[in-house]
Design a binder for this molecule. Structure first.
Ligand code: 3HC
Length: 307
C-alpha cells in the first residue's frame, strides 16, 4: 500500500552504492539490511579503525547467524559479506548515492558529519538520518542543498521491526522523498511519512507510555506491578524490557527531548538517567532472559515504594 502523502509525480533515483556513517549496533544492523536487500556495495565508517573493524565483524557475525538458521544460502552469505566494507576515510563515500548517518545523537556532531560528507559526495547523492528525536531540518541547515536530506528512522531490533518512519522536512524534495520510500520498500519495511517534529510519530507515543511507566516506579509502585499493569496494552515486552532493548541512554535521551519540547506533557527522565548510568534495570539468566529487577536499580529510583 502506498504511504499516505507520497508524491505522485516524482520518480525515485536508483541507488547503486550505500554509505553508512557510524558503525555502532544499529548502524551495523541496517548496513547488513542494505547489503542483503538492495544487493549493492555498502561502506561503513566511524571515528577509528577499531570501531570500523568492530562494525564489519558484527555484520559478518550476523550473516553467519542467518546462514546457521537457514535464512540465507551459503552463496548469499558470501555475496552479502563481499558487499560490505569499512573505511575511516570519507573518500570511500565519493560514489555513494545514498548516505545514511547513525552517529552520536547530538545535533552538533551530526551537523559536522553532514558538513564534511557533503564536500565528498556527488551533488545529487541523497542524505538520510536515522535520528530518533533531533530536528531533521535543523540538521540539514548546514547543507548547501537541504532538499537532499530526509529522515529514515529504523526501530529496534532493525531486522525484525516492520515499520520505518520517513521524515519529510519543509525542504525535502519530492525526488528525495520517493527515493527514500523506494529504498524502504526494497528493505521490505512499511514506511510512514511523518512531519519533522520531536519524536515524529512512534517515539511520541512511546515516550508517553515509557515515561509514565517510569514515573509510576518513581512515585512508589514497583517495577513488577507497573509491568503487570502495562500488560493489557498488548506491547510485546514490558516498558522496562523495551527501555533496555533500545538502550537506557537512548531511552533517557528520547524522554528528555520530548520533555524539552513539551515540558508540561512529558516526563523529564531523571530517574531513567540514573538507571542509564547504572547500566541496567533487569536481572537476566545466562541466555539473556529476564529473571527479575535488580534491587540496586530499584533502590536508585524507587526509595519510597509502597507495595
Ligand atoms: N536482534 C535481532 N533479531 C532479533 C532480536 C534482536 N535483538 N530479538 C529477536 N530477534 C529475532 C529473532 O532472531 C527471531 O527471528 P527469526 O524469526 O528469524 O528466528 C524473531 O526476532 C522473533 O524473536 P523471538 O521469537 O525470540 O522473540 P519474540 O517473538 O518475543 O519477539 C521482539 C522479540 C521482536 C523483540 C518483540 O519482543 C518485540 O517486537 N518487542 C518490541 C520492540 C519494539 O517495540 N521496538 C521499538 C522500540 S522504539 C525504537 O527502536 C526507536 C528508537 O528511536 C528509540
Amino acid at each position: 500500500r502506498k504511504p499516505v502523502g507520497a508524491p505522485e509525480d516524482a520518480s525515485p533515483r536508483p541507488v547503486t552504492k550505500v554509505g553508512v556513517l557510524g558503525a555502532g549496533l544499529m548502524a551495523s544492523q541496517f548496513a547488513l539490511l542494505f547489503a542483503r536487500r538492495l544487493g549493492v556495495p555498502v561502506v561503513i565508517t566511524d571515528v577509528s579503525q577499531e570501531r570500523v573493524d568492530a562494525g564489519v565483524a558484527r555484520i559478518t557475525g550476523e550473516v553467519d547467524k542467518l546462514l546457521d538458521r537457514g535464512r540465507v544460502s551459503p552463496d548469499d552469505a558470501n555475496r552479502i559479506k563481499a558487499l560490505v566494507s569499512g573505511s575511516v576515510s570519507y573518500d570511500a563515500f565519493a560514489d555513494a548515492d545514498w548516505v545514511i548517518e547513525a552517529v552520536f545523537e547530538e545535533m552538533s556532531v551530526k551537523q559536522e558529519v553532514f558538513r564534511k560528507i557533503e564536500q565528498v559526495i556527488a551533488p545529487d547523492a541523497i542524505l538520510a538520518t536515522n535520528t530518533s528525536s533531533l530536528s531533521v531540518s535543523e540538521m540539514g541547515s548546514v547543507l548547501s542543498d537541504p532538499s537532499r536530506l530526509v529522515g529514515f528512522h529504523f526501530f529496534n531490533p532493525v531486522p525484525v521491526m516492520p515499520l520505518l518512519e520517513v521524515v519529510r522536512t519543509e525542504q525535502t524534495s519530492d525526488e528525495t522523498l520517493v527515493t527514500a520510500l523506494a529504498v524502504a520498500k526494497t528493505l521490505k519495511k512499511t514506511a510512514i511519512i511523518t512531519a519533522d517534529q520531536p519524536g515524529f510519530v512512534v517515539n511520541r507515543v512511546l515516550a508517553r507510555v515509557l515515561g509514565e511507566a517510569m514515573r509510576g516506579v518513581e512515585e512508589g509502585t514497583s517495577f513488577d506491578v507497573v509491568a503487570q499493569g502495562a500488560a493489557p496494552l498488548g506491547l510485546p515486552m514490558s516498558p522496562f524490557e523495551l527501555l533496555e532493548l533500545v538502550g537506557l541512554p537512548v531511552g533517557a535521551h528520547v524522554l528528555d527531548s520530548h520533555h524539552a519540547a513539551w515540558p508540561e506533557r512529558f516526563y523529564p527522565g531523571d530517574g531513567l538517567k540514573k538507571l542509564a548510568e547504572f547500566g541496567h534495570i533487569l536481572t537476566r539468566d545466562k541466555k539473556g532472559n529476564a529473571t527479575g529487577y535488580d534491587p540496586a536499580a530499584v533502590k536508585l529510583v524507587a526509595p519510597a515504594r509502597r507495595d
